[in-house]
Design a protein around this ligand. Structure first.
Ligand code: GLU
Length: 478
């Protein structure tokens, strides 16, 4: 059986669009599932659009995700000499022609077509030039491009694995440029030549390329080459129903990582944007996807990039992480607010149940770093059945029990407090709510009183409890 070969063919744009990442992922998965090969080809012929560092983005992404390529990277910019002879071969075959139209002529043509309400297209002016004449003009040094000679009638039909049979009227196809006047191939041309030379069996790309596919197929036919399988992927829309785009403020892969999403969660989520495993299973590691991914599960209806769903999934990933692994990813966010002053492991354990994305960590920790101003009304809590008088006596009770204890705090602080509350005929909340308020100065904090005390340590905990008590007493006295 023929080896399955897919390629990821990014143009270096400087960021990783979610749609491109999905294309890369599906190409990778199709190759892996079939025991085939995944090839990386950088489509950098458009030197004007080259963005610095953009190769880094591509390599880093593949590495972070764990998508190893088996061949490449190939760079089209390093293969430039290879394309012109193929374009000339097509001229000889009568499937392409030299075009000498100047920029001025093309601009004027475009303007008049637009004025007439037509879609601008090349009018085929040089199409009928006798080849001999064209060749002597080329030899005389006149500037030229090579254009593909599209059939003027009939239809081109092809099968797409996802979209089924597609047919396009040939008269709608423009005589597109294959080779530019600087001798560089256009994207459309280089792409076909390379897919053939690299023996790509499955071309996977966004559905925006569906309309260009007949042009590619006419090239394959002109050369007498085998046409690959086409797998066009559905659009990804944002929550407003627009095509996902950086320009509209939609996030790139790097943006999501910056916002505290985990690589594995994003990949899992992206895998499901346009593909279904045929069951309601939602969680997949990359390795599991390599087994499960089946082209038949790709859908043609647009997928919605639902940030809430991604966020939920990310939270689930965080909860399932082994403690140590979460500690490692959370530590930089913890240090951002607290420096080196605290045991990041203890704090990470508190947070793991409470965050969906990593950037939620810093704002939850502000109270550990400093005394937050708070109002004594915070001590009053109806459901916990506490008021200021009760808060005062609870804080006094705790201070009386813990202050001056040379051996430090009891090991099991939480059960110690529960036993203390029971002995004094208090509900747990009546003791623990005021305590937690005094320790955090916040209505909500990660962890209860005991957990916060374990992080703050005896000295700082007692200082905060005293501070709370002073606030309450001052108010009662006034
Ligand atoms: N270089 C094209 C892009 O980045 C690749 C399209 C294709 O996969 O053929 O959109």
């Amino acid at each position: 059986m023929k080896e399955i070969r897919t390629r990821y063919a990014p143009s270096p744009t400087g960021y990783m669009h979610i749609g491109n990442l999905r294309t890369a992922l599906y190409e990778y998965l199709i190759a892996r599932r079939a025991g085939g090969r995944f090839i990386l080809r950088i489509e950098d012929t458009d030197q004007e659009r080259l963005v610095e560092d953009s190769l880094e983005v591509i390599f880093n992404t593949l590495k972070l995700v764990g998508m190893h390529y088996d061949e490449g990277p190939y760079y089209q910019s390093q293969r430039l000499d290879l394309y012109a002879p193929f374009a000339e071969e097509l001229v000889e075959k009568g499937q392409a022609y030299y075009c000498f139209c100047t920029k001025e002529r093309l601009d004027a043509l475009k303007a008049s077509q637009e004025a007439a309400g037509e879609f601008p297209h090349y009018d085929g002016c040089c199409r009928t030039l006798p080849l001999n004449e064209a060749k002597s003009r080329v030899q005389a040094g006149e500037a030229y491009v090579i254009r593909q000679k599209m059939p003027r009638d009939g239809v081109t039909v092809f099968d797409d694995v996802v979209y089924g049979q597609i047919s396009v009227e040939n008269r709608e196809l423009e005589d597109q440029i294959l080779l530019k006047s600087d001798g560089f191939p256009t994207y459309n041309f280089a792409n076909v030549i390379d897919d053939h030379l690299m023996e790509i069996t499955h071309v996977v790309r966004g559905s925006e390329y569906l309309a260009s596919t007949p042009k590619y197929n006419l090239l394959y036919q002109a050369f007498g080459w085998e046409i690959p399988e086409y797998v066009h992927l559905p659009l990804i829309l944002n929550e407003n129903g627009q095509k996902l785009s950086k320009r509209l403020g939609d996030q790139s892969f790097e943006d999501l990582l910056q916002e505290g999403y985990l690589v594995d969660a994003v990949i899992n989520y992206i895998a499901l944007l346009g593909w279904s495993p045929g069951s309601d299973r939602e969680f997949f590691t990359l390795k599991e996807l390599e087994q499960a991914f089946d082209i038949a599960g790709i859908s043609k209806s647009p997928a919605i990039f639902d940030k809430k769903k991604l966020r939920w999934m990310n939270g689930e990933y965080i909860r399932k992480m082994p403690d140590e692994e979460f500690h490692e990813v959370a530590a930089p966010y913890i240090r951002e607010v607290l420096g080196e002053a605290f045991d990041t492991g203890k704090i990470a354990r508190l947070l793991q149940k409470r965050v969906e994305v990593l950037t939620e960590i810093p704002p939850q920790l502000d109270f550990l770093a400093k005394d937050l101003p708070y109002d004594t009304e915070l001590f009053v809590h109806k459901k916990m059945k506490t008021d200021k008088a009760l808060a005062t006596s609870s804080l006094e009770l705790v201070l009386g029990e813990l202050e001056g204890k040379k051996e430090g705090f009891p090991e099991e602080l939480q059960s110690f407090f529960e036993a203390l509350a029971a002995a004094k005929g208090l509900k747990n909340g009546q003791l623990l709510w005021p305590l937690r308020v005094a320790l955090s100065g916040k209505e909500q904090s990660p962890g209860g009183a005991a957990e916060i005390m374990e992080i703050l340590g005896p000295e700082e905990s007692l200082r905060r409890i005293r501070r709370g008590l002073d606030k309450l007493k001052k108010e009662l006295a006034s």
